[in-house]
Design a protein around this ligand. Structure first.
Ligand SMILES: Cc1cc2nc3c(=O)[nH]c(=O)nc-3n(C[C@H](O)[C@H](O)[C@H](O)COP(=O)(O)O)c2cc1C
Length: 392
């Protein structure tokens, strides 16, 4: 479950910081991509060079003195999972109270991905009412906590407060990333198809592929086994299986080669293609008064028409209003239709935002506000999870 996943390891100032060097190594061995943040106190316990040698990149140690313009938000977005190990009483207290005055706490507050905390401290600190209350708050916020264990502590004391062993943290990290998707197969299509007129020219549409790629990225983070069939030349998460295609026919072929439990068909597939494609460039001098068109295959229909169809999400990028999309949802027989009016400002092709409405099988409509495409992606996956698993 950790293969190709991006883990941000945040090390804070306790003696157990030395164990996090080994944790970094184990995460890498499990296939994760690891970056490290360290607090000032952590640097008192372990040198940044140790982590640099293990991960191949110097740890990030400051909010301000770094090559990144906004390290907390950039690293918060980069990560699929944030692991704070060891997590001191001080760091836990700051996170619980929203005090984001250093890089680690600012990153934890800035991220939307799961956060795993591995507390480590002396028993008296662990049992202090302030720490007990902070832990309660952190659990309420939805943070995951692993350990601490009972055992020998620094200075010869024995009791609860010992950081969880690296293997246990590794297992917890893997479990969190696997929880929702559980490695289940999800197919996502993205981008507009290009139907060739001749080797130079094509009929296409304005779809950028950003929406489908955002869904694929979000699905990887949730632990799905993602196959992305795309026409877009956009970056993808390293854990994604990518099949790049151009035409509707190629997209159909790629889709037919998959057997997903869930299909989210966000690509804008051309409805028509030139009936014939010229083998060489049509010279301007020849003139061309018309292009004869032929229909392209209906990829959505081919998926919905399977003997055992996946849970299928279709997209209706329309200019004709919600009623038309509702009619399309019925006709296409999808489990969920995502409708957007591409004429609305900030919505649709090429933008980083989208305003969509969900139409379910019963025709019930949920209209969402204008959101970043990544947030729309999360909402779509929430609906899929709720429908497929009864998860809320
Ligand atoms: C030798 C030594 C060991 C420490 N071990 C711990 C520890 O295990 N857990 C803890 O919460 N604080 C521990 N502290 C105190 C923290 O280093 C201190 O609270 C610091 O401000 C934490 O900063 P940070 O959370 O920003 O890393 C230790 C301090 C010293 C001097």
């Amino acid at each position: 479950m950790l293969r190709g996943r991006r883990v941000l390891l945040c090390v804070t100032g306790g003696v157990a910081a030395y164990k996090s060097a080994y944790l970094a190594r184990r995460l890498l061995e499990a296939g994760a991509v690891v970056r490290v943040e360290m607090t000032d106190s952590a640097l008192e316990f372990v040198g940044s060079q140790t982590f640099a040698a293990i991960t191949g990149e110097s740890p990030f140690t400051s909010l301000f003195d770094t090559v990144l313009v906004s390290p907390h938000t950039e690293l918060a977005r980069w990560a699929d999972l944030v692991v704070v190990a060891p997590a001191t009483a001080a760091t836990l207290g700051r996170i619980a109270n929203g005090i984001s005055e250093d890089l680690v706490t600012a990153t934890v507050l800035a991220t939307t991905v799961p956060v795993l905390l591995a507390p480590a401290m002396h028993t008296e600190m662990w049992e202090h009412p302030a720490t007990v209350r902070n832990l309660e708050t952190l659990r309420e916020f939805g943070y995951h906590v692993v350990g601490p264990e009972e055992g020998p502590l620094a200075g010869g004391d024995v009791g609860p407060g010992r950081v969880a062993e690296p293997e246990e943290i590794l297992a917890a990290a893997s479990g969190i990333l696997a929880r929702e998707g559980r490695g289940r197969k999800i197919l996502i299509t993205a981008g507009g198809t290009r139907e060739p007129v001749d080797p130079v020219r094509f009929l296409g549409n304005r779809s950028s592929g950003k929406m489908g790629h955002a869904i694929a990225d979000a699905a990887v983070v949730r632990g799905y086994d993602v196959t992305l069939v795309t026409t877009a030349d956009l970056p993808v998460h390293p854990a994604t299986k990518v099949i790049r295609v151009e035409t509707a026919e190629e997209m159909l072929g790629a889709v037919e080669g998959t057997d997903p439990e869930i299909a989210i068909l966000a690509a804008a597939v051309a409805d028509f293609r030139p009936a014939d494609t010229a083998e060489s460039k049509i010279p301007r001098a020849d003139g061309l008064s018309s292009i004869e068109l032929a229909s392209t295959p209906d990829i959505l229909a081919s998926v919905v028409g399977r003997a055992i169809p996946p849970f299928t999400v279709g997209f209706a990028a329309e200019t004709g209003g919600l009623e038309r999309a509702k009619e399309k949802a019925r006709r296409k027989n999808v489990d969920l239709m995502v409708y957007n009016d591409v004429t609305e400002p900030g919505s649709g092709f090429g933008t980083d935002t989208n305003r969509v409405a969900f139409i379910d099988r019963d025709g019930a409509v949920e209209e969402l506000p204008l959101l970043a495409k990544r947030e729309v992606a999360e909402r779509i996956l929430d609906r899929v999870a709720a429908a497929v698993d009864g998860q809320g």
